[in-house]
Every structure is written in C-alpha cells, then in structure tokens.
Write a protein that binds this ligand. Structure first.
Ligand code: ATP
Ligand code: MG
Length: 412
C-alpha cells in the first residue's frame, strides 16, 4: 500500500490570509481510494524551502501531492523546486505553450509574456492539462515515487485531481477500500458517548469509531477498511445499528444531516406548521429553520421581540408578567409561546428568552440563562438552561437545543 504526503504552497497560507483547504480536501479524497495521508506541510513561496519540503515528504511518502505556486509570476516556484529535486533543468514544452496561448485566444485576452513560464516543465516530467485555468499540473517519477503538482486555486485543483490524478494513482491503493460514515448526535457530552460506546471506540479496531465536537453537535466517524466496498459498507452498517441501539434518541441523524434538516423533514412528514418567537437569539432560530429548502411548507411567522414593548404589542405578553418576573423568565417564555401560536395560527410555536451576555447577568439570572418552550397547544413544559462561554456560543447552543427539543417532541 502506498501512502501520500501533501504540500500546500503559498505565502498567503502561512500568513493566515487564506486558509489551506486543499490539503484537507485531498486527504478526504485519498482515503476512500485506499491511500492514507501521512503528512501535510504548509509552506511559503520559497524555492529552497519548497525543494527541501518535497525531499522531506518523499522520505516517508510514496506519492507527494503539491498545490500552489504554478502561476506565471516570480513567486511561483514549484516547477523550479521540482526540477531541483529531480536534478534536471526546466525545458520549454511546445505543446504546452500552444495550449496556453489557445486558452488565452479562446477568451480573447492577450497572453502576457510571463505566462510562457507555465509552458516549462522539468525534463522527464509530464504535464497535467488544466481545463479551467492556465497553469498545467506536473507529474514526475522519482526513485519509484511520484511527485504531482497542481494549481493552488481549488476550482482548478479539484477537477485536475479527479480527472487526471485519480486515474493515475488509484492502482496504488488497490486491495483496500476505506469508507467513512458520519453520524450526528446532540444532547450529551463526548465523554458520556465514549463511555456508552465502550469497546466500539477502541483504538486499532476496524471499523474505527472517532468522535469530534463542534457547537454541541457530536459527530461520530465510522471508518471501515475492507477488501471490497460491499464489505466495508456491511461493516459500517453493523456498527451504525449498534450505535443507534446504544445511544437511542441522542443520535439525530444516521447520515450527515443538520438538526434543522431533520426537524424540517419531521414537520413536513407530519404536515405541521411552526412559528417562532425569539428574544436573545435575534432571529437565529428562524434563520436556521428557513435555511432548509422547502421551508414554506412548515414555517409561518417569526418574531424577534427584543424589547419588552415588542413582547407586549406583538405577542400579547402581559405587561404585569414582565414586571413581576422579568423578561427572562419561564412565565414570559410561556406567554410568548402562547401568543406566537395564537397569532400565527401555527400547530407548534417555539419561544426563546434569555441573557446572551456578556453583560446583564445577576446571581439569580446568570449570563447564558435561557428559557425555551416548544408549545403545541397541549401541556406546557418549560426548559431552562445556562449556556455560558460566549455570546456567540450561547446563541448557537440555544438554537440547536430548541431544534433538538422540537425533534424530541415528535418522538413522544
Ligand atoms: P497556481 O498553483 O495556479 O500557481 P498560484 O499560487 O499562482 O496558483 P495564488 O494567486 O497564489 O495562485 O493563489 C490563487 C488562489 O488559490 C488564492 O485565492 C489562494 O488563496 C488559493 N489557494 C492557493 N492554495 C490554496 C490552498 N492550499 N487551499 C485553499 N486555497 C488555496
Ligand atoms: Mg501562490
């Protein structure tokens, strides 16, 4: 089995102006064809550093994939560095030169002389045609190993990789298929999940079950290595079933769906409509629910009643209730939910009132305190949470929790 090393080149990547997304994208493409990535380097536009890094990558990897630095300007030095590693000169390739000038003619643009450099290849290397831009890719063999350089812009790199590089390298991953399946969970911490799943998450196991967390959403990655795709799929299906059995309602999607997508599907399938009355989340719940295409099928009204007066005039919250209990209280949350449901005529309403922070907290009502109500005209259940950390986190977590409460409502 061959393994890959990836090098992302560009001063803008190391200065922090641009994020290197090419390497993670490439790693994700390589694994399913059975070629794991052993190292990723991000370096600037410096010919010595580039050639040193290529050599370093070649010392551990069989296939070195490079992106960036193939442009026409003085800071584009990848081809020079590859020539240096191979110990050869750059040579003008007439066919490439005519392809590049055709590219410009086709777009009715005068070709700058600097573009000539893109027609130069290290001797013994071959070109990978770029159908989207002017910089051809480069492929070269070196002591039974392979060096592949592709343009930096993802829109040029991705099709080049899929169309020209995969057919050349997929044979090296042969005998192995690596499939990954993601499952989404919400409503508990990763340590609880790890404890519940026990041996399923043991290192070295096949499939390997990993866990990542972002904004309270826990993603389980099931990675299966097998001889055939069908075998890997069966292994993943077996693990997925066991995980669902163990975690129950904590799993909200056996695929890669968002909470909003799952909830939207439930609403549509049940033919239910919804309205939203928000305070501290400023419309984020309404936004998240309407991010899903087809929201007209279930979404009726959304209010952002930030000040007390809006809660009174728009949702019919009692002035006395606000005075007596405060705007952030279960009583106000309840009246917001009732008002929203009545005024919209929707089947279900959700209300949110809380203190997003960073200021405004007291001992009884700390920053991050939030009341959420999902109201369907039946029993009124108040949910109280405290989401600290930051304003952004509190708001995001509140919205996800509201969506999750709605999802669980359908389970009952
Ligand atoms: P080429 O490989 O075609 O020569 P270049 O280095 O000449 O590319 P740049 O102007 O440096 O071109 O980069 C073009 C664009 O591609 C920039 O917007 C840059 O941020 C983006 N880019 C380059 N490398 C990466 C990467 N690793 N991940 C994401 N974007 C990248
Ligand atoms: Mg560059």
């Amino acid at each position: 089995m061959k393994i890959a090393g990836i090098i992302s080149i560009g001063n803008e990547l190391i200065s922090g102006d641009s994020l290197d997304t090419n390497s993670s994208w490439l790693s994700r493409q390589l694994l399913p064809i059975g070629i794991p990535t052993i190292s990723v380097f991000t370096i600037g536009d410096d010919v010595k550093i580039i050639s040193d890094t290529i050599k370093q990558a070649l010392s551990k990897a069989d296939i070195v994939l490079i992106t960036g630095g193939l442009g026409p300007t003085d800071d584009d030095l990848t081809r020079h560095a590859i020539a240096d590693v191979l110990g050869v000169d750059l040579k003008l390739n007439d066919e490439l030169l005519s392809q590049i000038s055709e590219f410009f003619k086709g777009r009715n643009i005068n070709m700058a002389r600097t573009n000539n450099i893109q027609a130069y290849l290290p001797e013994s290397a071959t070109a990978l045609t770029n159908h989207v831009g002017t910089a051809p890719g480069i492929m070269a063999e070196y002591e039974n190993k392979i060096i592949i350089a592709m343009p930096g812009p993802p829109a040029e790199m991705m099709p080049m990789f899929n169309k020209l590089v995969v057919p050349k390298i997929e044979k090296y991953g042969h005998g192995q298929v690596v499939l990954t399946q993601k499952m989404k969970c919400f409503g508990t911490g990763e340590s609880v999940i790890a404890e519940k799943l026990g041996d399923l998450m043991a290192r070295g196991r096949n499939p390997l079950v990993n866990c990542t967390v972002s904004g309270g959403i826990i993603t389980l990655h099931i990675v299966a290595v097998a001889k055939t795709k069908a075998q890997a799929e069966d292994m993943i299906a077996a693990d997925r079933d066991r995980i669902c059995e163990i975690l129950g309602d904590i799993v909200y999607s056996k695929e890669e769906k968002t909470l909003a997508e799952v909830v939207a599907q439930e609403l549509i399938e049940r033919g239910k409509t919804i309205s939203i009355a928000e305070s501290c989340t400023g419309g984020l719940l309404a936004k998240t629910l309407t991010d899903v295409p087809g929201a007209t099928g279930y979404f009726t009204y959304g209010w952002v009643t930030y000040c007390n007066e809006a809660k009174v005039s728009q949702l019919g919250v009692n002035r006395d209730t606000i005075e007596k209990y405060g705007a952030v209280s279960q009583q106000v949350a309840l009246e917001m939910a009732i008002g929203a449901r009545q005024r919209s005529g929707s089947d279900i309403s959700i209300s949110i009132t809380g203190i997003a922070g960073p200021g405004g907290g007291t001992e009884q009502k700390p920053v991050g305190l939030v009341y959420i109500i999902v109201y369907n005209g039946g029993a009124q259940k108040v949910h109280r949470f405290v989401f600290s950390h930051s304003r952004e986190y509190a708001r995001l977590r509140t919205v996800l929790t509201a969506l999750n409460l709605l999802r669980l409502e359908f389970k009952d």
